[in-house]
Design a protein. Structure first.
Length: 386
């Protein structure tokens, strides 16, 4: 099958290329703006069949081929120093998403070199959503989930225990591996001249709550576009709630601390899944939408996005691997830990290992997910330091 080309745009001020011995004085002036290049669109992806889902719950989903290039470990990651004189002799019952059992098993093997008495078994069926429910029932000690918890999972846990589950980021997602937490992209039609968008502008367009401020834009001119396109209406495309992709975008883009964003349902064309959204954006000159990088199988223009006045960044492999791109995803460990109470010491020791340089080296060696950066691991360590 022949695929169209994906148009990436990234803001940059690039130095001119000087041929031979030409001096800088003889070169043309720098022209800041949009640097564009074409890259192949993603291979077409399809929902899992019922047979694939059943097999994944038993053995885990088939791993994709690793990226050819792998990020270096962040020097800011701290080395793991075992707690002196502490010996673990405990077995944990864990739930696990079907895309994570291999990584979890590798972590356990690596940690047992320090603590041979540590045991952890992922219960079947493998499914993060089922694991979250079993955590509420008290049948599991922890759950490895390849997405943010559902609001109903959190409210159900809170109703039973009076506090929220502890949810700790333990790994990055992937760049554009289908089904393995690929990064999200903001897209427009290739004909649209927009150069960048901020979270404030995107929140104003996609939400009805507008927690980031601003009024709902009606035309592309309201989002800063000039010329002929300024009078064009904005057609919004997204994924129908509830879905792991839309929950991630909602939390990152529409929500602020203490305030949950709500979608502008009346204005958004919803799809049940992310598979067709790139195609809709490619077919509509006035489209604005989001989807996973693995599902961009049509020619669209990916728009760099900024947060709180920061730089506008595109979802390049480098930006996603460095966790600077704001729509990069995470893997979480969830457990029952009462706010203010000391975390189970054996679990804390295991998490300290996972969040260390040695633990993130396990992620890199598997070659599927992206290791946490130092600032991400440090934030997770703060969560478990009790």
């Amino acid at each position: 099958m022949t695929f169209s080309r994906l148009l990436f745009t990234a803001l940059a001020a690039t130095a001119p290329i000087v041929a031979g011995a030409a001096s800088a004085q003889s070169s043309p002036p720098i022209r800041p703006g949009a640097v564009t290049w074409s890259a192949p669109t993603a291979v077409e992806v399809h929902p899992q069949s019922d047979e694939e889902k059943k097999a994944g719950m038993v053995t885990g989903r088939t791993l994709p081929a690793p990226e050819l290039l792998q990020p270096s470990l962040d020097p800011a990651l701290s080395h793991f120093v075992p707690t002196r004189g502490y010996r673990i002799k405990h077995a944990y019952r864990a739930g696990c998403s079907d895309v994570l059992p291999g990584l979890v098993a590798d972590w356990v093997v690596a940690f047992r070199k320090y603590q041979p008495g540590f045991q952890l078994a992922c219960q079947h069926p493998l499914a993060g959503s089922l694991g979250a429910l079993e955590l509420i029932k008290g049948n599991l000690d922890l759950v490895f989930v390849s997405r943010e918890l559902k609001p109903s999972d959190i409210s159900g846990f809170r109703d039973k225990f009076g506090y929220d589950p502890l949810s700790v980021p333990i790994s990055g997602g992937t760049w554009r591996h289908f089904g393995f937490l690929d990064a999200l992209a903001i897209m427009v039609n290739p004909a649209n001249p927009v150069k960048q968008l901020s979270f404030q502008q995107l929140d104003a367009a996609f939400s009805r709550t507008h927690w980031r401020g601003g009024e709902a834009p009606k035309t592309w001119g309201d989002l800063g576009v000039t010329g002929e396109y300024a009078s064009h209406p904005i057609h919004l495309y997204g994924i129908k709630p509830w879905n792991g992709f839309e929950e991630f975008v909602r939390q990152r883009m529409l929500s602020t601390p203490g305030h949950r964003g709500e979608w502008n349902d009346a204005a958004i064309h919803y799809d049940e899944t992310f598979f067709a959204i790139a195609r809709r954006v490619a077919a509509d000159p006035d489209a604005l939408g989001y989807t996973g990088l693995s599902a961009i199988d049509s020619e669209v223009k990916i728009v760099p996005v900024s947060v709180d006045g920061g730089p506008a960044l595109s979802p390049s492999y480098e930006n996603v691997a460095a966790a600077t791109y704001p729509l990069s995803r995470l893997v979480y460990l969830n457990t029952n830990a009462k706010s203010g109470a000391a975390l189970d010491p054996a679990l804390r020791e295991f998490l300290r290992f996972v969040l260390s340089r040695e633990g993130q080296a396990v992620v890199r060696e598997q070659g599927i997910y992206l290791p946490l950066r130092g600032f991400q691991a440090a934030a997770s360590l703060v969560q478990i330091a009790r």
